[in-house]
Design a protein around this ligand. Structure first.
Ligand code: ADP
Length: 418
């Protein structure tokens, strides 16, 4: 009997141990499978015994995964922040040219919605034929230009990864405008110089080929001299303009106003040759601070225009006004005047209301461009008011910081206080 009880109790003990073991494993397995069904990071179940080793290893692995993920997320956030900070537009396209992501600059420039347009084919959103052709082309090197409203954008495709692309957009409106201005300027200068040169060459041939009497020869030489002088004036004005554009800001040297105005009156009288009434009004109490040559060239251009565009017996007034907020130099005339629509373009190089009248009176079309630059370099403003048939008023307003008490007044103050 004892012999039987021994093995039976051994079996029972064995069965209990086995059962405990099964329960231990099943409970751990159940916990693990519950966690695997919803793997909350950092909540890997804890275990005991062998399971402790397994679950700790899993815990470590899971923590490393979480760390890797957060590093990746950080890197992605950094990349997106950098791409957002770019002044240029960046659009990520997939292999089918659909938008995966775009920065705010691209959205603003090209009118995209950074959320709603994700997954949209770029060709459905940017429909300019020049871009559609570029997108379909085999060779996508280089950039194409696309007009959006008043702005011009350069679009460039850059392949990366496996058949993905970056579409970069850059606002080139200003550069395009400058390029157009440069082209127009070169064309204008060539035209302005070619005209007198053609006339000059024509006269030269005439004088060389034909047997002319001395009087005729002198006439032709006189006309040739006129054309040469015209070319000379254009080149002088172009040089003045280029100096005004590139020179450092003018020095703040004292420019005595009274003698400057007196010189202008004398020059005006000489230019008019007695055909106009020249009046100088105002008694300046301040001098200007700036470049004497630039200021006298700006003032001189306004006075010379007033005389050239005012018929005989008209009046030209040179006026100086002191005020608390600064000083103004004004030139008024009773001349032909300028229609309103021309006023905004008057200071453009070579812009003239009446080309032949400007030429007849020795104009280069650069005078007001010179005035505009010289005035801006002294933080002053040029205003133009005019009525066709009645006359014009050109006003240069200087800020107070460009004026200084006049020397004569200072001398008087010193004398009276002595
Ligand atoms: P220009 O050498 O042709 O006079 P400016 O640049 O000095 O060139 O002036 C540009 C144009 O503005 C002139 O061609 C002329 O049509 C107009 N203008 C300038 N000043 C006057 C004025 N006082 N009265 C009428 N028109 C003027």
């Amino acid at each position: 009997m004892a012999a039987l009880i021994g093995p039976a109790s051994a079996w029972a003990t064995f069965a209990v141990v086995m059962l405990a073991l099964v329960v231990y494993h099943v409970r751990h397995l159940a916990r693990l499978s519950r966690w695997l069904a919803d793997p909350v990071p950092g909540r890997v179940p804890e275990g005991s015994g062998t399971w402790d080793e397994v679950l700790s290893a899993l815990h470590k692995y899971e923590r490393a995964g979480v760390r890797r993920e957060s590093l990746l997320e950080e890197a992605l956030t950094r990349f997106r922040r950098a791409a957002q900070a770019l002044p240029d537009g960046v659009i990520m396209l997939d292999a089918e040219n659909r938008i995966e992501w775009c920065n705010d600059a691209a959205a603003a420039q090209l009118g995209l919605d950074p959320r709603a347009d994700v997954g949209q084919a770029i060709a459905n959103l940017l429909r300019a034929p020049v871009f559609i052709d570029h997108l379909a082309a085999r060779d996508q090197t280089g950039a194409v230009q696309m007009q959006v409203g008043d702005a011009v954008f350069a679009l460039r495709l850059v392949p990366y990864g496996e058949s993905q692309k970056l579409l970069l957009s850059r606002d080139v409106t200003q550069a395009e405008r400058l390029e157009t201005m440069r082209r127009d300027f070169v064309a204008n200068v060539s035209h302005e110089l070619r005209t007198p040169l053609t006339v000059l060459v024509g006269f030269l041939e005439t004088v060389r080929e034909l047997k002319l009497d001395p009087q005729r020869t002198r006439d032709y030489l006189g006309m040739m001299q006129e054309q040469s002088a015209r070319m000379h004036r254009i080149i002088e004005d172009l040089l003045t303009l280029s100096v005004l554009e590139s020179a450092p800001p003018p020095a703040a040297e004292r420019v005595p106003t009274r003698p400057l105005l007196e010189r202008l009156r004398a020059d005006a009288q000489a230019l008019s040759g007695g055909r106009h009434r020249i009046v100088l009004l105002g008694s300046p109490a301040v001098d200007l601070l700036g470049s004497e040559s630039e200021l006298s060239s700006a003032f001189g251009n306004l006075v010379s225009n007033a005389i050239r565009y005012t018929p005989q017996d008209g009046e030209v007034r040179i006026i100086w006004r002191d005020a608390a907020e600064g000083a103004s130099f004004v030139v008024e005339d009773t001349g032909i005047g300028i229609a309103q629509e021309h006023l905004p373009r008057l200071t453009e190089r070579f812009y003239r209301v009446d080309r032949s009248r400007s030429r007849e009176t020795g104009g280069t079309g650069l005078g007001l461009a010179i005035v505009k630059h010289a005035v801006a370099r002294h933080q002053a403003h040029l205003d133009v008011e005019s009525k066709p048939g009645q006359g014009s008023r050109f006003t240069i307003r200087f800020p107070a910081k460009r004026t200084i008490p006049g020397e004569t007044d200072l001398a008087q103050t010193r004398n009276s206080s002595a």
